[in-house]
Design a protein. Structure first.
Length: 70
């Protein structure tokens, strides 16, 4: 099996390399995942009439997202 070329632009082969966590493509994908998770948790907070567990999950998600900032 051939090794993927570093210039191929394959996202998944690039994020597995050491030091790839600071690449703009990876950070954009991570931010989009956190935004999607936040929207889902906010929707769940409304659907569950303000369940405290959902607010705790939102706080954890925001803390993880804040720790992602370089």
């Amino acid at each position: 099996m051939a090794e993927p070329d570093g210039n191929s632009g394959d996202f998944f082969s690039e994020i597995l390399k050491p030091g790839s966590s600071l690449q703009p493509k990876f950070l954009l994908a991570l931010d989009l995942a956190f935004v999607a998770l936040l929207f889902i948790l906010v929707a769940l907070a409304f659907l569950t009439a303000g369940n405290l567990h959902i607010f705790a999950l939102i706080a954890i998600e925001l803390a993880l997202w804040a720790s992602d900032c370089p």
